[in-house]
Design a protein around this ligand. Structure first.
Ligand SMILES: [Zn+2]
Length: 474
């Protein structure tokens, strides 16, 4: 954990001060410029897939920066940034917060941790050394981090697997089964297509076959196992929430997929673009991954990894689970459009729930929600569901979905079920949560410190009164 201290204090009170500073950090982990926008630093962020964004910083914390883009807060985890950009942005923001002072020991330590996560080992070593020099209290931690880093550089080691929670699906309520012969035929068909893709795209891929997935990858063999673990963890988690049973050993498949879901995991943007072009004639520019969903029921996922650093791998895992969740939800019960804010929010929420502190989505959505509420930004366009949701809104969508899950997980399942049976999303919200879009927004704002006046009588009324944005503008 990084710590912040301010000003000069007598030595004897340093320990107490440090404790206070740590407590303060926990309480106000997010630094805000919302009350004084003129003092906000401007930063330029390069996302992992190359897109550049520039804007004033509204909030930031250890994991996330929220900048304003086109009049709306855009939360970006350092994990989602190109490595050097992540380091530069963190350094600029720390330096800005220090005012005229140079970076202190805890700043250097924070920078070192970020650099190490992003595979910038020389930067990390330099910053750990600086931290040890500048702050006697961080000397021990910095030196041991430095030693560990040097040792690990001699013998490259993969980042540890995330914990695999093997959940047992709980509520059997499957709708249809695919006969085993059909499953075999479909899987054989997928394998034929993948072989053609590998040859046309000139990407050498190995197949990892798990219970629900056919994963083709050009990753190193040592990394194969966890690809399966991530995919099956996603399947297990969604099955538990949404009630897809495990297929009995001797029975036809009850998998949510047609047989199995093909997933292509690639280790470079070049391979990703080639596979996307051959397989889907899809220009995948500006994406880290995508899910193809056909009306005939076939789904597949293509994702790539931006570098092999721990941050790159964690970011990849989050994208893999996010896209896999889209594939699952597309096929769940029946093929029916799930409104984009709900779909994207669910996909990020699933990734966060599986990867936990290896995923920055939770911190990013929390910080973005705070920025939106403190700044009084209007979120009504998120619900409009016209075209794909702008990535800028994913963090708020995630936060809204988290609010719904916290309120009533089973009602979220009922909401998705009702959408799948053709019910309008707002009608579903009203039936299962007693909320309209407007009252959902109000309740959600309250959980982030919003002080909007809320009229209890209105909750169950017809929504016509809530359609006017002006009523709820802050
Ligand atoms: Zn998505």
């Amino acid at each position: 954990m990084h710590r912040r201290t301010m000003g000069h204090r007598p030595v004897h009170s340093q320990f107490v001060t440090r404790l206070c500073a740590m407590v303060l950090t926990l309480i106000t982990a997010t630094l805000s410029y919302a009350n004084d926008p003129d003092s906000a630093p401007q930063v330029q962020i390069t996302l992992a897939h190359g897109l550049k964004l520039r804007g004033p910083v509204l909030l930031h914390n250890t994991d996330t920066v929220v900048i304003e883009i086109d009049g709306f807060p855009y939360g970006i985890g350092y994990q989602q940034m190109e490595s050097r950009a992540a380091y530069r942005v963190k350094k600029e923001i720390l330096a800005h917060d220090r005012g005229d002072d140079r970076l202190n020991g805890s700043d250097q330590f924070e920078l070192a941790v970020l650099a190490e996560r992003h595979g910038l080992y020389r930067h990390a070593m330099r910053s750990y050394a600086q931290a040890a020099r500048l702050d006697p209290e961080l000397s021990g931690a910095s030196k041991s981090a430095l030693k560990k880093l040097r040792a690990s550089r001699k013998k490259p080691k993969l980042a540890e697997n995330p914990p695999y929670t093997a959940e047992k699906p709980a509520f059997p309520q499957h709708e249809k089964r695919t006969a085993q012969t059909d499953v075999d035929e479909i899987v054989a068909g997928y394998k034929r297509v993948a072989a053609q893709v590998a040859s046309s795209a000139q990407v050498s891929m190995r197949l990892i076959e798990t219970e629900h997935f056919l994963i083709w990858t050009d990753f190193a063999t040592a990394e194969h196992e966890r690809l399966g673990v991530w995919c099956e963890s996603m399947y297990a988690r969604l099955s538990t929430w949404f009630g897809i049973p495990e297929p009995p050993a001797d029975a036809p498949s009850t998998s949510v997929f047609l047989g199995k879901c093909p997933i292509f995991c690639l280790r470079s943007r070049k391979h990703f673009e080639r596979v996307a072009r051959v397989l889907d004639d899809y220009d995948a520019g500006g994406a880290l991954g995508y899910t193809s969903m056909s009306s005939n029921g076939h789904v597949h996922v293509v994702v790539y990894r931006q570098g092999g650093s721990p941050a790159g791998i964690d970011g990849f895992a989050a994208t893999l689970i996010h896209e896999g969740a889209h594939a699952f939800l597309h096929r769940y019960r029946r093929i029916q459009h799930i409104p984009n804010w709900l779909n994207e929010g669910l996909a990020d929420y699933v990734a966060e729930s599986i990867l936990d502190d290896r995923c920055a989505h939770g911190e990013t959505s929390q910080a973005t929600a705070e920025a939106v509420v403190r700044g009084g930004y209007n979120i009504s366009t998120i619900f409009s569901d016209v075209g794909p949701l702008d990535p800028q809104f994913y963090a708020v969508a995630h936060s809204l979905v988290r609010y719904l899950f916290d309120r009533d997980r089973e009602a979220v399942v009922k909401l998705v079920d009702s959408i799948k049976s053709g019910t309008d999303v707002e009608a579903g919200l009203k039936e299962h949560f007693g909320l309209t879009f407007a009252t959902l927004e109000l309740e959600w704002r309250k959980t982030h410190g919003g002080d909007a006046v809320f009229n209890d009588d209105a909750v169950f009324n017809d929504d016509s009164a809530f359609n006017d944005d002006a009523v709820f503008e802050r």
